[in-house]
Design a protein around this ligand. Structure first.
Ligand code: NAP
Length: 535
């Protein structure tokens, strides 16, 4: 324990050669520094669609460590999930590159923590401004690598940039406390200090926003980061690195080490167990979260975990059907059902059930348009890969085999192997897979219920609790249900709840900690109590 503390302290660096592991060696891990030029067409081969005409500076393929673009010994391909076309070959970092990135972040932490809050704020603001200036290009990168419809990608870029803006403001509002103890000759002070280097691991479904939601808070607090983006979507993370560099964020403060799925386990372990790392911040599945919690436990690191959900969407008899349908469309089908807060289970009270199912099916047919994310009018892009399609297909087949009725959709879409039809199932029961396994796809299963108590019991009968939604016009019921749902976030007569100003996070196995809002920066700050005596 004492050793870990020593390794993480910046004093260790000043001991120099007595602890060589604390020094950044530019060629550590066999990396070859390659400062400068943007990737050529050979590296971004094969793709002339949505990325054509983009600034080459934003289309990076190397890792970004210590302010330098560094290739790795191997590369991995990134594909457009809509067409299967190759977008490019990206540096496939391994354990040695990961360790070098941690050392770079650690070196940078020792000076970044001393940078005034005002200056950190101003650099984050510059980064934000650059994101806004480049928002169209950044959105096209998201659509190309994740398949997300371009309009949603634009929305994500704004959401993502707003985290930098928000935390540039929060950076200057980190306050301590003075406490008056019973002893007249003492005063107790509470200081807030940055935690240290944060290992940041993010998923593919929000390739930009899941990074800035963490990194904005971390940098504002005075921490530095090593980001491991998802294999499917490294380009957004690397474009953010280019803009961070242009904004003047000092070398080593924001590092990105892309890697293939094959290397994710080792790279994840390397950054999450390194003694120079003090914090793990993860967004992804509960399964992976548990692995990272094991890593954290061994060296007692701080953690933030944004994990999976199984959001209930409850429609009570008193609900306004049109409002409920609009909310259902928004909460279920955003990003083709691939968000952690997507409704996973629709619970509809007997009295309103038939009207809701009919209106929901009509609205789906009218409003949901499956296509390539770059095409005008597309609202439903491809799923991220064929495995994701197989999961939806399996859930539909399982439900139908146990008595569910397909109201609309129900099968793969003719556009290609990664597309699935927006699907509505009725007569769903709790023994079906889709009611207890996160779908992460365009499937809306409807369970009929009779009483409020029954709905609450079904909604809470799960070991995760991220978001929950319900529609009711009864004020007393609204209070009761909002308080009883075992989730971190509740939408009352509302299907879209995310906002940088509000705390995002879950209860139970949906996670630990909160991101965004005035609370998000606390995840990257330690409290230090100073007892000032002899007064
Ligand atoms: P995932 O498989 O857990 O992957 C997330 C990240 O973890 C990726 O970068 C992945 O790398 C990496 N990873 C996988 N195994 C690892 C290991 N053993 N050690 C270290 N890193 C590892 O999740 P996903 O399928 O990409 O994302 C969907 C999940 O994320 C859903 O459950 C969703 O609910 C959740 N999510 C939660 C939130 C939230 O805020 N609560 C937001 C978005 C998504 P590779 O890409 O290389 O596999």
């Amino acid at each position: 324990m004492a050793t870990c503390f020593w390794l993480r302290s910046c004093g260790a660096r000043r001991l120099g050669s007595t602890f060589p592991g604390c020094r950044l060696h530019p060629r550590a891990g066999g990396l070859v520094p390659a400062p400068g030029p943007a990737p050529g067409p050979a590296q971004l081969r094969g793709y002339v669609g949505g990325l054509a005409g983009l600034s080459a500076a934003l289309l990076r393929t190397d890792s970004f460590v210590g302010g330098r673009w560094l290739p790795a010994a191997a590369t991995f391909p990134v594909q457009d999930p809509a067409s299967g076309a190759a977008l490019g070959m990206v540096a496939d970092c391994g354990v040695s590159e990961a360790r070098a990135a941690v050392r770079a972040a650690y070196e940078a932490f020792c000076s970044w923590r001393e940078v005034s809050a005002k200056e950190r704020s101003s650099l984050l603001r510059k980064w934000y401004n650059l994101m806004i200036q480049n928002k169209d290009d950044l959105a096209r990168i998201i659509t190309a690598e994740s398949g997300k419809p371009l309009k949603e990608a634009h929305g994500e870029i704004l959401y993502s940039a707003f985290f930098l803006e928000w935390f540039s403001e929060e950076a200057r509002r980190v306050y301590g406390d003075i406490i008056y103890t019973p002893a007249k000759d003492k005063r107790a002070l509470v200081l807030k200090q940055p935690v240290g280097v944060a290992a940041v691991i993010t998923p593919w479904n929000f390739p930009s926003a899941m990074i800035t939601r963490k990194v904005g808070a971390a940098l504002a607090a005075g921490c530095t980061v090593v980001v491991k983006p998802a294999e499917d979507t490294p380009f957004s993370a690397l474009a953010l690195a280019e803009l961070a560099s242009q904004a003047g964020i000092p070398p080593g403060v924001y590092n990105v080490i892309p890697c293939s799925r094959k290397n994710a386990k080792e790279v994840g372990e390397a950054i999450c167990t390194d003694p120079l790392v003090s914090k793990i911040s993860f967004t992804g599945s509960t399964t992976t979260g548990k692995i990272l919690l094991h890593h954290a436990a061994n060296s007692v690191k701080r953690v933030s975990m944004e994990l999976g959900g199984l959001a209930p969407f409850i429609v009570f008899d008193s609900a306004n059907v049109d409002q409920a349908v609009a909310g259902a469309l928004a909460s279920k089908f955003r990003n083709t059902g691939q968000t952690c807060v997507c409704s996973n289970r629709f619970l509809v009270q007997r009295g309103i059930h038939d009207a809701f199912v009919k209106a929901f099916a009509e609205a789906m047919k009218k409003n949901l348009h499956v296509g390539n994310g770059f095409e005008e009018g597309t609202t439903q892009g491809p799923l991220i890969n064929e495995k994701a399609v197989e999961k939806v297909e399996k859930q539909v087949n399982d439900a139908v085999s146990k008595g569910a009725t397909i109201v609309t959709g129900g099968k793969r879409h003719h556009l290609g192997k990664n597309f699935f039809e927006p699907t509505l199932l009725s007569n769903v029961t709790q023994d079906m897979l889709c009611t207890h396994e996160e779908t992460f796809g365009p499937l809306a299963p409807v369970i009929k219920f009779d009483t409020e108590e029954e709905a609450i019991a079904i909604a809470n009968a799960t070991d995760v609790g991220l978001a929950g939604y319900f529609y009711s016009q009864d004020p007393a019921q609204i209070w009761r249900v909002a308080e009883q749902l075992e989730v971190g976030m509740v939408g009352v007569n509302e299907g879209l709840i995310s906002s940088v100003e509000c705390p995002f996070g879950g209860v139970k196995q949906s996670g630990l900690g909160r991101e965004g809002s005035k609370y998000g920066i606390d995840e990257y700050l330690e409290l230090k109590y100073v007892c000032y005596g002899g007064l």
